[in-house]
Design a protein around this ligand. Structure first.
Ligand SMILES: [Zn+2]
Length: 270
C-alpha cells in the first residue's frame, strides 16, 4: 500500500483540515485558533479520510476488522508525523509562516480567488459524498448542495471571464468600488504620476479628480488595459479593438458606473 500525503505548507494543511471538519460538523466548528491538540487531531483525521486509501480499504473488507483499521490508522499517523515534523500534538507550532502572498494585479487576484473557489468546491463535493450515507442531515446536505451549485456557477462565469483574452467589444471591462479608502487604485499597479493624467472631471461621490493611465498598463494574466480611478472607484477597460471606440468616460458615465457596482463594494471585484 502506497500512501502519498499532500506536500502542503502547514498553513494550508490546517486550513483545509478545518474546512473539511466544519463542513461535516455544523455547530461544532473549529478555527485556525482552536486549541492545538484538537486541530492536530483534525489534521490527522483529514489526512486519513481525505488523502489516503483508509476509507476505501476498510470499505473493501468483507467485514469490520478493528485490527486492520487500527494498523492502517497507525501507519498513516506515523507517515504524517514523518512528513510533517510540526504535526505533533505536544507542541503548538503556531504561528505558521505566512502562506504565499495574494497577488497584487487585478486579474492575478481574480485568478487566485478562482482557485480558492475550486478548493471549496472540491471540499463541498467530498463532504456531500460522506454525508449521503448519513441520516438526519437533510438540512445540512440541502445547504451544502445550494452552496455547491452557486459556487459552480460563479466558477464557470469567472473562468469564462478570465480566459476570454480577446475583447469582444469596447465593453470588456471591470469595475471596483471601494468605500473606505480614499486612494487611487490602478488594478494593483503602483504607478508614478507621470503615467497618469486627469480624465477631465471629478467624482461626485469622493470628490477626487478622476485620473486615467496614459496608455494600457499590465493588469495581470498577460493583459494590458486602460485604468481609470478616483478615490473610491476604479474602472479597467480593454483597449478598443480595431473598428470600435471606447465609450467616452465622462462624469455622467462615472456616476452611473459607481451606482451599478455599488452593491459589489467591499466584496472585491465586480
Ligand atoms: Zn470617487
Amino acid at each position: 500500500m502506497t500512501i502519498k500525503l499532500p506536500n502542503w505548507p502547514p498553513e494550508r494543511l490546517v486550513r483545509e483540515a478545518v474546512l473539511a471538519w466544519n463542513l461535516r460538523h455544523p455547530g461544532k466548528e473549529f478555527s485556525a485558533t482552536s486549541p492545538w491538540p484538537d486541530l492536530c487531531a483534525a489534521v490527522h483525521r483529514f489526512l486519513r479520510h481525505q488523502h489516503s486509501v483508509y476509507d476505501q480499504t476498510l470499505d473493501a473488507l468483507a467485514g469490520y476488522d478493528a485490527e486492520v483499521r487500527d494498523e492502517l490508522a497507525e501507519a498513516i499517523y506515523q507517515l504524517a508525523r514523518a512528513q510533517y515534523p510540526w504535526l505533533r500534538s505536544e507542541t503548538d507550532p503556531r504561528p505558521f509562516p505566512k502562506a504565499l502572498a495574494v497577488p497584487d494585479l487585478l486579474f492575478d487576484k481574480r485568478s487566485y480567488a478562482l482557485s480558492e473557489v475550486h478548493t471549496r468546491i472540491s471540499h463541498l463535493e467530498s463532504a456531500l459524498r460522506d454525508l449521503q450515507h448519513k441520516t438526519g442531515v437533510w438540512d445540512q446536505v440541502h445547504q451544502l448542495r445550494a452552496e455547491l451549485s452557486e459556487l459552480r456557477q460563479i466558477a464557470r462565469e469567472e473562468f469564462k471571464a478570465l480566459t476570454q483574452t480577446v475583447p469582444q467589444s469596447y465593453a470588456h471591462s471591470t469595475t471596483y468600488v471601494r468605500r473606505k479608502e480614499r486612494a487611487y487604485y490602478y488594478g494593483g499597479l503602483a504607478l508614478p504620476e507621470s503615467y497618469t493624467c486627469y480624465a477631465g472631471f471629478r467624482c461626485s461621490a469622493c470628490d477626487m479628480a478622476v485620473m486615467q493611465t496614459k496608455r494600457a498598463v499590465p493588469v495581470g494574466q498577460g493583459r494590458r488595459w486602460l485604468v481609470f480611478s478616483c478615490g473610491c472607484t476604479s474602472y479597467a477597460v480593454a483597449p478598443a479593438p480595431a473598428g470600435y471606440r471606447l465609450e467616452p468616460v465622462t462624469a455622467a458615465f462615472w456616476a452611473q458606473l459607481r451606482l451599478e457596482h455599488e452593491q459589489d463594494a467591499e466584496s472585491g471585484l465586480a
